[in-house]
Design a protein around this ligand. Sequence first.
Ligand SMILES: [Zn+2]
Length: 88
Amino acid sequence: MDTVTSRSTHITTQRKTTATMCQHQPPCPTADSADREAAHPVAHFPEQGWSLLCNGVLLFEDTGELLPDGEIIAPHRPLDSRSITTAA
Ligand SMILES: [Zn+2]
């Protein structure tokens, strides 16, 4: 008897929410919290315009965000007509 299902127990390494390795006190807000931008930055790449926060959120300098689960938060900078750049 050959069983095709015998290999299915091999793949168990893909977990969804493992980005929280926070060791700060008090702990940083989680990525799904409204407060997520208050997490400590753990990596900063000003030349590329983004920071990696402790909770796994990528925070871009235009205030856009990329969450650990792949969700994209649109930039929510304050309305200021002077900051509109006319690139053309
Ligand atoms: Zn933290």
